[in-house]
Design a protein around this ligand. Structure first.
Ligand code: ATP
Ligand code: MG
Ligand code: MG
Ligand code: MG
Length: 561
């Protein structure tokens, strides 16, 4: 590539809207430009790097038996209604209607689509296991798109889905993907850490996030320096403990009349909707514990005070709360409540599948009697783990850090196959739901995370495997034809030898070319100046270390390669 024709409009100033280094550098280096909040153009340099990350993902998925396909971005609402996620997904889903007023969304993820694909064509255990993946744009109307590519509303994801006949199969594929993810992030030159995760809105049980440790990370992680324990702080909150129901003393209710999703409930209460699932922790941290109820019933008393010692939370039937607990939705009362959670002190109770007698009239919300009205099971302690707290595995004090989530793997089990009736007939002729897993890599976020970890005051320092070009050739004096000719010939030879080279043929001062070379972050800079002409020596500067080596012109291609 001749730099004179390269479409990489570099900037001298740091654009004010960019808060974090990767965003600043990608704008400065002419890699990305914003089209709308959270929506970006990838310019040629960025696209070259993205294609390399995509290719690394592809190779590692293929190596584990993954088969690449391409699913539609536009997805029909019907499938999402079958799993209940048309409502659960809330405002993060981009929705649209076609000319016949049929509802669609722009795919934020593809469990519904792929499960419906497989349910139609997989009937027998002989067709399993199956691992299918795609690399595609995803759409999420993030409440706070920010940090450039870190939290976009349109972003590139590699998503693989595994289909097995049993848990053992899932276990094998899950760890295959774990291994593949380690390889992907290693090949991308990232220092990362797998942490225990909460399976969030995707559902299922068993999940690991791959975190790149960085100050700008939006996720909190806790890790032990003495053993290998590491968890997302949100997951670390969910420590199972048993608390007798009798400890639940007082309840209050808040009706959240028009709220359809957890995010709306959170908003109604003045919490950040994007942290809806975290609301519980937030509330208890603040001291007061309160109750939320939403349903199509009347609540005739709203009582909210700071001295309550427990929290009652109940949601209407179209809402599934705390899916990450991996439980089946079940009714606890005649008003269509599927799940309820009680917090007593630092405790969350999950009352899924509990029996609750009575009809609409005699279901007690006010002065609920936990034993009479339902069997509370306390499943978690939501106290947030803090720096210095004992490690849940070995008791040594934990440390905390910020992390960028670049990938996540989930055991979905049968959550989607049951909801969508994706079944197969096993060896004994019995029909069973397919056991699933899903595995995502944020491709565009990975590029940003790599820059967060690899930069200095002058610009980006690409790891060779994902650098847009490996080498830049800079003739010092653009007026000196001998330098230009030598540079061009070297450029042609390197290109012919398969080295991805850029040739800075611009009529610019050397300072400008050097600055851009550092900013764009080519791993190697070859300078051709008077010394080259006199002594037949090439100045090679390694971007990462700043180390300068002189190479004999003769035979230099094989050394550079
Ligand atoms: P986050 O916690 O940051 O919102 P997520 O847990 O919602 O991410 P997943 O559903 O696990 O994301 O998606 C798989 C991967 O896609 C994530 O690990 C992340 O790398 C990437 N990703 C998710 N949301 C975004 C986004 N808005 N912009 C860029 N990449 C994203
Ligand atoms: Mg998210
Ligand atoms: Mg996450
Ligand atoms: Mg995730």
């Amino acid at each position: 590539m001749k730099v004179s024709t390269l479409y990489a409009p570099t900037l001298r100033e740091i654009p004010s809207e960019a808060e974090i280094i990767s965003h600043q550098l990608m704008l400065k280096a002419g890699m990305i430009r914003k089209a709308a909040p959270g929506v970006y153009n990838y310019l040629p340099l960025a696209w070259r790097t993205l294609k390399k990350i995509i290719q690394i993902c592809r190779e590692e998925m293929d190596a584990k038996g993954g088969q690449e396909l391409m699913m539609p971005i536009i997805q029909p609402a019907e499938l999402w209604k079958e799993t209940g996620r048309w409502t659960v997904y809330g405002d993060e889903m981009f929705r649209l209607k076609d000319r016949h007023s049929r509802d669609f969304c722009l795919g934020p993820t593809h469990e519904e689509i792929i499960t419906s694909l497989v349910r139609a064509d997989v009937q027998s255990y002989r067709q399993l296991p199956l691992m299918l993946y795609q690399i595609q744009d995803k759409f999420r109307d993030e409440i706070r798109p920010r940090f450039g590519l870190m939290r976009g509303r349109e972003f590139i994801m590699k998503d693989l889905y595994s289909f097995d006949k049993d848990e053992e199969g899932l276990e094998i594929n899950y760890w295959k993907m774990y291994d593949a993810y380690c390889k992907i992030f290693e090949r991308c030159g990232l220092s990362y850490r797998p942490v225990e995760a909460d399976s969030g809105a995707i559902g299922g049980s068993g999940s690991i996030e791959f975190m790149v440790i960085a100050k700008s990370g939006e996720a909190g992680i806790a890790y032990c320096t003495a053993c290998d324990y590491a968890a997302n702080v949100e997951q670390a909150e969910l420590k199972a403990i048993e608390v007798p129901a009798a400890d639940v003393k007082e309840l209050a209710l808040v009706n959240t009349p028009n709220c359809r999703t957890m995010a709306e409930v959170a908003e109604f209460l003045g919490f950040e909707p994007e942290h809806a699932i975290k609301t519980l922790a937030y509330i208890t941290d603040k001291g007061p514990i309160l109750a939320l109820v939403r349903g199509d019933h009347e609540v005739n008393e709203i009582k909210l005070k700071n001295t309550l010692d427990c929290l009652f939370l109940a949601m209407a039937d179209d809402i599934v709360v705390r899916e990450q607990m991996g439980s089946e939705a079940g009714y606890i009362g005649p008003i269509g409540i599927k799940e309820a959670i009680i917090v007593a002190d630092h405790t969350v109770m999950n009352m899924v599948n509990t029996e609750c007698g009575g009809n609409k009239q005699d279901f007690h919300f006010i002065n609920v009697n936990p034993v009479r009205d339902f069997k509370p099971t306390i499943v978690a302690d939501i106290r947030q783990i803090k720096e210095g707290d004992p490690c849940p595995h070995c008791g040594n004090p934990v440390a905390t850090a910020r992390g960028i989530e670049v990938g996540q793997i989930f055991k979905l089990q049968t959550k989607y196959s049951k909801a969508l009736n994706a079944v197969f007939v096993d060896e004994t002729g019995i029909e069973k739901p397919i056991v699933m897993g899903c595995y995502g890599v944020g491709v565009s976020r990975t590029m940003a995370a790599s820059i967060e970890q690899n930069n200095d005051k002058d610009g980006i320092i690409w790891p060779a495997a994902i650098a847009p070009y490996h080498v830049v050739i800079v003739p010092v004096n653009s007026k000196d034809n001998r330098q230009i000719e030598l540079a061009e010939s070297l450029y042609n030879q390197l290109t012919a030898a398969g080295v991805e080279a850029a040739f800075d043929d611009r009529d610019e001062r050397p300072g400008v070319k050097f600055k851009d070379a550092d900013l764009i972050g080519y791993p190697l800079r070859i300078t051709i100046g008077a010394k080259t002409l006199e002594d037949n020596l090439l100045e090679c500067k390694i971007r990462r270390t700043g180390e300068v080596r002189y190479l004999k012109l003769e035979g230099c291609i094989s050394v550079i390669k």
